[in-house]
Design a protein around this ligand. Structure first.
Ligand code: IVH
Length: 668
């Protein structure tokens, strides 16, 4: 078999197992075997870029970075649905349609997925372009991100039409949502309110690696094209399934065909209860008329089709007693008031607590202890208080006064101007903050210290053995070995892992020390731009914001961090211990690109974008973010944006290929 055939064979195999796993939730080979196939394909593609297809399954891992999403006009306007909130409205809608149509017809009931709408065009069975709804007539081209979603096929099978668009919803399973938020808590980043917001944020990320990591999912249900060979919506959905799409499943009752309005009601009632057990969020039910010819007869209003209607679930509200308020201290020192409620059943679970968010919420409802409050489980996962039954308030119910001191360390709280949250400013000695920072410090993407769970941190902290992260490097075998669940082997491994972390590169150390708003990517940018910690500590505001991805909020936070003496002392201690506080010098391979500036754009076959940037610097050149008259070269890969191309051409800047670049640095 020649290389091209093997590439095709691997592609087909991977696509097959991928579909089995992500669409049909089945598995025929082990994860290990799957990874082996993927590795082989990656290697072959790297060695033989001429065989690497833009729809190769290796594209799922992300890595394409877009500077700005292009706006694209929808071939078919992307409308929304008219909403209804009661069964009577559904009956009225069905009656109206019956009157207008004058012949028997069927309905199709579906879940109303609570995600982000997408339209994906396929040409010749290959994914061509994925566009968001936008304003309904124009949306954003987010193909690079959509390609990372494992349940979206990159290539189709069967008897698909030559050119068509499939529409549906991109969603984030609740489990993935919770994982991301947990990570954000550890990284001192603001959490997302609900899976829909996170889906939307993820799809807007310019770095497709983010989308690849966050594990989005899809349900696709609407087909658009000229002369599609189906007569009805249901038939189209079933057909799309055979081409490899993840469509609503009949077995799971995600889609249901009926001629009876009573059965529509049963479907609504069924899902109003069962939705609590779905692995993703839905916010209602959609009822559509099945037959395309009848859809055509009914047509559209200005904003929505007359042949479909959405039924929105009411958020279930219950009344219960507010027994007390407690205050949680987060890892960033943020104080969150939590309502302790008389237990009450809501949406299939017993609710005992509800979030109150901040002092303003308490003020807004003028809450008193003993109040009867209305609790609701909305799009958010945690129930919230939405109102008070003031009729039941007794004169002796005490008004809730927001605490003024930290419940963990008694430090007076502060509330920064323009912020809703109160904070405990004592980040050096407030236990949840210190422990939170410690957990962030040792995380895999930070110092990668293995074998230190949050319980062990608690123990070490309560024994006074670790007061800040630098104390980790002073831990001794005899202090560890007798701890709960530790033992000799684990103690030794932990000490080894701590020692090994001294080699972790500067950019990750910078991320690990936990400067507010400095996540992984920002840390990388800072390390690259300033080379060492002293330069960052002394950087002026203007120097900071000149760096890609760094805006006012981050710049101020960096300056604030280094203005505190305690932070400087901690860094000095970590430096003395031997942690890396300077960017490793890139050994200059040549001076071939001396004083030349490059803009790198698009996707490359042989090198990753990071590798290319590294090579530019290693050969004495400079990477710049955007094209200007000072740019010497634009290094263009596949899929370079048209706007860039135009700008480079206008300014007369030479556009070079990967092969040209290799010649310039003498690699060919
Ligand atoms: S059909 C002409 N079916 O809800 C519009 N939409 O409010 C056809 N949605 O734009 C839309 N689940 O983003 C349809 N099963 C479903 C849906 C669904 C979720 C979203 C979609 C739509 C919005 C309308």
């Amino acid at each position: 078999m020649d290389i091209q055939q093997r590439v095709q064979q691997l592609t087909d195999l991977i696509n097959y197992h991928n579909h089995l796993y992500y669409v049909e939730s089945r598995q025929e080979i082990s994860d290990y075997e799957f990874d082996q196939l993927m590795e082989e394909l990656l290697k072959l593609e790297q060695e033989n870029p001429e065989f690497a297809s833009p729809t190769s399954p290796t594209k799922r891992v992300g890595g394409d970075i877009t500077r700005k999403f292009e706006t694209v006009k929808h071939r078919y306007p992307m409308l929304s649905l008219s909403n209804s909130y009661s069964k009577e409205e559904i009956i009225d809608w069905a009656n109206r349609a019956t009157r207008l149509v004058n012949e028997p017809f069927e309905y199709v009931c579906e879940l109303k997925y609570d995600g982000v709408a997408i339209g994906i065009q396929y040409i010749g069975g290959k994914i061509f372009r994925a566009v968001t709804r936008g304003d309904g007539s124009r949306g954003e081209d987010i193909t690079t991100n959509i390609k990372t979603i494992r349940s979206v096929p990159l290539e189709l099978k069967g008897d698909y039409p030559e050119d068509f668009e499939i529409r549906g919803e991109i969603i984030m399973p609740i489990a993935s949502f919770e994982k991301v938020n947990e990570q954000r808590r550890v990284n001192f980043e603001e959490e997302y309110a609900n899976p829909r917001n996170l889906t939307s944020g993820t799809l807007k990320s310019l770095d497709s690696k983010v989308a690849a990591e966050r594990r989005l999912d899809s349900y696709l249900y609407g087909l658009y094209g000229d002369n599609l060979p189906f007569k009805s919506h249901y038939e189209a959905v079933m057909k799309a399934k055979t081409w490899g799409f993840k469509t609503p499943s009949e077995e799971q009752k995600y889609i249901f065909k009926t001629s009876s309005v009573d059965e529509i009601m049963d479907f609504i009632e069924y899902w109003d209860v069962q939705r609590d057990f779905l692995p993703f969020q839905i916010d209602g039910i959609v009822v559509k008329i099945n037959d395309y010819s009848i859809q055509k007869k009914l047509g559209f209003t200005a904003k929505s089709p007359r042949w479909a209607i959405a039924y929105k679930f009411k958020a279930e509200t219950v009344e219960t007693v507010l027994e007390s308020v407690s205050y949680q201290v987060g890892r960033t020192g943020a104080i969150t008031p939590v309502a302790n409620l008389k237990p009450v059943s809501l949406g299939g679970t017993t609710v005992k607590r509800a979030s109150l968010h901040n002092a303003d919420q308490i003020e807004k409802f003028d809450l008193h202890i003993g109040d009867y409050v209305y609790v609701e489980k909305g799009g958010e996962i945690i129930p919230k208080i939405v109102g008070v039954n003031t009729d039941k308030r007794m004169p002796d119910f005490p008004k809730i006064v927001f605490i003024s001191e930290c419940p963990e360390c008694n430090t007076p709280l502060v509330r920064r101007e323009g912020e809703a949250q109160h904070y405990c400013p004592s980040d050096r000695s407030c236990p949840p903050q210190v422990k939170g920072r410690m957990e962030h410090f040792i995380a895999r993407k930070a110092m990668n210290i293995d074998g230190l769970g949050s319980e062990t941190i608690d123990l070490l902290f309560s024994k006074g053995l670790i007061k800040d992260v630098s104390d980790l490097y002073r831990l001794r075998f005899d202090q560890l070995v007798d701890l709960d669940r530790m033992g000799e082997k684990s103690a030794n491994n932990l000490l080894k892992s701590i020692e090994a972390s001294k080699q972790v590169p500067f950019e990750r150390v910078l991320f690990a020390i936990g400067i507010r708003f400095v996540g992984e990517t920002v840390a990388k940018q800072l390390a690259r731009a300033f080379k060492n910690i002293e330069n960052i500590a002394l950087a002026k505001y203007d120097d900071l914001i000149a760096v890609e991805e760094i805006g006012e909020k981050i710049a101020l936070s960096v300056q604030q961090f280094f203005s505190e003496e305690e932070h400087i002392h901690l860094i000095e201690r970590l430096m003395n211990i031997g942690l890396q506080f300077r960017q490793e010098e890139i050994a200059l391979a040549s001076n071939a690109l001396e004083s030349k500036s490059f803009v790198v754009s698009g996707v490359f076959s042989e090198f990753s974008r990071d590798e290319i940037k590294h090579l530019i610097e290693a050969n004495g050149g400079k990477n710049v973010g955007s094209i200007s008259s000072k740019t010497d070269y634009v290094l263009a890969g596949e899929n370079m944006g048209p706007a860039k191309l135009e700008k480079a051409t206008k300014l007369g800047i030479p556009i070079i290929s990967e092969a040209d670049f290799k010649r310039m640095i003498g690699q060919e």
